[in-house]
Write a protein that binds this ligand. Sequence first.
Ligand code: SF4
Ligand code: SF4
Length: 435
Amino acid sequence: MLKTFKQGGIHPPENKLTCTKPIRSLPVPQTVYVPIAQHIGIPSEIVVELKQKVEVGQMIAQSGGYVSSSIHSPVAGTVTKLDKIIDSSGYKKQCIVIRSDAAEITDRAELPLKMEIEMDAEAILNQINSCGIVGLGGATFPSFVKLHVDPKSKIDTLLINGVECEPYLTADHSLMLAKAQEIKVGIHILLKALHIQKAIIGIEANKQDAIQKFAEICKNDTHIQVAALQVKYPQGGEKQLIKALLNREVPKGGLPHQVGVIVHNVGTIFAIYEAVQHGKPLTDRVVTVTGKKVKDPGNFWVKIGTPIKDLIDAVGGMPEDTRKILNGGPMMGKALKNLDVPVTKGTSGIVLISNVEAERGPAMSCIKCARCISVCPMGLEPYLLMDLVEKNRPQIALENDVTTCIECGSCSYICPSHRPLLDYIRYGKDLVRKN
Ligand code: SF4
Ligand code: SF4
């Protein structure tokens, strides 16, 4: 029987329309808008000036502190503005605007496979830090900080997240098919950096081609195990993946290293491979652009800072009856305010949702059916948390663990009364932070 996590979880329709599509290169945009706060932690500090010429991969903003990350120019060009623009959060954020010198469409420069790992552990960590690598599964936590663990933590296992359980998204799936060998080298880079011997790559059973590919290339590798997982949302959550693969429980409010584990997403592993083996900073990533009515949905290599409207043009334009444009998948993604919002390191997908799909029934009273409780992977009581937030009782919501919510949206999805549970819980988390 395939492994999975035990508490909660749902099975939303997969709608992986782009799972067989290879990754295409998006044309280099005329202008990129690069936010200086596109990771968890302290925003980066701008180190370029107006009208300055920059090269691809040149650092344009340096890490602003320990939990931060440096940012590099995605294009060769000229800094034309240092300005605030609306990013995917819906708020105006400081950006570095660069006009590109590229006159035409160029495919991504593919780097040769390099197997031998020359750097020692310390050099690997420094390289990951200086190349601005952050978690590409959506969390955008600086990878260097995640790997810089206290030796007392006694890490014994590296888990590689190839789950991609969000409906519609296939960026990680397409990357696993296109860059399996590079990801395998990336896993060995991290084993060396962490001084450990064991990695497990977890892939859900709806990606048989990726499972077979990794099983084949790792069959004589005594350090990497490939594990097929039952399809269940939100298995890509760190705590759920650790439970599914190792049957270990991360304590409430705790982190994976407390149970001897470090988790990295396959996209992050590939970025680490390119940084360590080729010195390439993180300046682009794979993004799925999709939707049921989209003419030519696909997976794309996209330069960080590319406006979302360029991605929509690349899939044949916006379908007429589009109601919502989501940054991310339908479960955890957030609606975008406009099409000028730039792709950032955390953008895994853009999903265009039609009028019919966006239809949400009117919110009705809670009928105390407890379905939201039964699907919550964190063992919370979503109906109660919403009630507490509605009544402006953030302290009691805190006592009921509102901050441990991973914002998976399973409760809102299952609620027969269409109650906007996650909206309120997110708001409650904000209130707790501000209090
Ligand atoms: S699922 Fe909806 S109706 Fe049922 S208990 Fe939860 S909030 Fe109430
Ligand atoms: S969004 Fe939060 S409260 Fe709702 S099911 Fe997910 S973890 Fe539980």
